[in-house]
Design a protein around this ligand. Structure first.
Ligand code: ADP
Ligand code: ASP
Ligand code: MG
Length: 444
């Protein structure tokens, strides 16, 4: 029999009632053997995640300040869940050990990791599953880079022979023995690694939406769910800010050919989104729309350079890129005309070296005109079917023209999987809504 790795996000485990839903989901399919929980998340929109409170404790501890106020709120959250569920477990010793460790060595990573650690203990006790500390199986090198081979070996040795197990998400340990976390949202990565290690038939990622939506539900009301998406499409969307799944959660399962299924803990009857490696995995299925998804991100700047006869000047582009390179900058896009070149890059990274870069470009290529424009947003329209469909870019332009949104930049990737457009930050949400209308609503 194959089995499934199931990861539950913070909102799926935010209170006792959510724990009940999670247990029902797990118990309704005996293949759901390996469970990866997050820390308790938000119960309502202005609630605070346990992880955020733990970071707060670490901050306070780091400045030698008493952190008992946020720490008590954390204790109450776990104790509330335990008593409401009637689980036979006490975390009192763990709470004391954590408080003592924070006083002695206020490590941010250690503090944050305890959210998942404690939640894993509660969930394991509630399910009657074995608790496996992620620090025993998820291994990083001394620079904090995941050691995949060592990790896979450790996971196999520790969990393969267990009938079932709860392995907390988000953290592991370095080869020197220090607790280390992934970046925020990293429980997704743990789930993916465990799925790879145990060769799961599927990695189910349970959250609070019924799958990967065509676009951000905070921008378009009630967007359609994407039934099937490829890893490549997902990467493009995730990079541009569609934050349902941590970017690094893709590689471990992709390399092992394991599909991811995004599911809704609050609506387990919904099929959710299947993330698969390529087209032939879902041939024959009726495909709804030209595009798969839309995502956008703010915080970009463009360096605009103009010089007569730029195109015939050998090494022009190289000199400009050298100025970026020597200031440690990478760029996102670089569309160019005969006498113009425009480079889009991350504003936050540009900021500290802004004047230096301008001075160097001026010196190297002596442009007629040079300026930086801030406040740019990039928007990605992604879809594996665009390649075989004509007129996609024309339709995007038509949608923008109708809304009187000025398109500052456009770039179509050579794989024809995505079209990137640059707009003013204040036009971003409207641009997303117009493209959604053009490709999703009007294709219905
Ligand atoms: P979890 O705590 O389960 O890991 P996250 O908060 O990390 O959940 O991710 C789910 C959230 O991602 C959704 O509640 C939704 O607000 C947001 N989101 C942003 N873009 C999208 C999208 N394209 N599709 C679905 N959800 C999206
Ligand atoms: N609890 C961690 C966070 O809030 C990790 C996760 O939820 O995936 O970022
Ligand atoms: Mg998440």
């Amino acid at each position: 029999m194959g089995f499934k790795v199931v990861k539950f996000g913070g909102s799926s485990l935010a209170d006792a009632n959510q724990f009940r839903k999670v247990a029902n989901i797990i118990k309704s399919d005996e293949k759901r053997k390996f469970v990866v929980p997050s820390a308790p998340g938000k119960r309502f929109s202005d609630d605070i995640k346990v992880t955020d409170m733990l970071y707060k404790c670490a901050d306070l501890a780091g400045s030698g300040v008493d952190f008992s106020e946020p720490f008590n709120i954390i204790k109450e959250r776990y104790n509330g869940i335990i008593s409401e569920l009637g689980v036979n477990i006490s975390l009192d010793e763990d709470f004391d050990a954590i408080a003592n460790e924070l006083k002695a060595r206020p490590s941010k990573d250690f503090a944050a990791s305890r959210g998942e650690f404690l939640n894993g203990k509660v969930l394991a006790a509630y399910l009657g599953y074995e608790f496996v500390d992620a620090a025993d199986v998820i291994i990083f090198d001394t620079n904090g880079v995941l050691l995949l081979d060592e990790t896979v070996k450790a996971v196999r040795e520790r969990v393969m022979n267990l009938p079932n197990a709860v392995i907390p998400g988000f953290y592991g340990r370095t080869t020197e023995g220090f607790v280390k976390t992934f970046s925020r949202g990293g429980s997704d990565v743990t789930g993916s690694i465990i799925a790879n290690a145990v060769r799961a038939e599927i990695y189910e990622n349970w959250t609070d939406v019924s799958g990967f939506l065509v676009t951000d539900p905070r921008i378009v009301e009630n967007p359609d769910v994407i039934e099937v998406i490829t890893y490549r499409e997902l990467r493009e969307l995730a990079y541009m800010g569609a934050s349902v799944l941590h970017e690094d959660a893709i590689f471990p399962v992709r390399s092992a050919g394991i599909p991811i299924n995004i599911r809704n803990t609050n609506r387990p009857e919904d099929a959710g989104t299947m993330i698969v490696s390529d087209d032939h995995d879902f041939k024959g299925e009726s495909v709804a729309h030209t595009i798969t998804g839309i995502a956008g991100r703010k915080g970009f700047s463009t360096i605009n350079i103009e010089k007569a006869m730029m195109n015939s000047e050998t090494g022009f582009g190289m000199k400009v890129l050298k100025a970026l390179y020597e200031n440690g900058l990478s760029f996102e896009h670089m569309p160019s005309g005969i006498d113009t070149m425009s480079i889009t890059l991350d504003s936050a990274k540009l900021e500290p070296v802004r004047d230096k870069v301008l001075a160097q470009i001026r010196k190297e290529v002596n442009p007629d005109h040079l300026e930086i424009e801030d406040g740019i947003a990039l928007l990605a329209v992604v879809g594996r079917r665009m390649k075989n469909t004509r007129g996609t870019v024309a339709r995007i332009f038509a949608a923008m023209a109708h809304a009187r949104i000025n398109v500052k930049m456009i770039d179509q990737g050579s794989s024809e999987l995505n079209v990137i457009i640059g707009v003013s930050e204040h036009d971003l949400n409207e641009a997303i809504r117009r493209i959604y209308d053009m490709f999703i609503n009007s294709e219905k």
